[in-house]
Design a protein. Sequence first.
Length: 89
Amino acid sequence: RVTYEECPLPKGFSPNGDGINDRLDLSNYGVTNLKIYNRNGIEVFNFNGYYTDEFSGKDKRGNNLPSGTYYYVVVTNAKMRTGWIQINR
């Protein structure tokens, strides 16, 4: 019996407006917080109560983030995970 599903954060997505893989959908994994950092360690995105697909490659002000590697801290089912994600425009 499976009682908990790991949160398989993809290693990349392409928010280029083509309707395919444009948003980070973690709605099935009980994510309560998602923070995204740029390569300099500056927080560019933070969302408490991340229940659907709020991250679409934009920063806190709604500006498109450039292509590149970003780092995340995600809390899912009271478990914190860290890693990286690639944005390809």
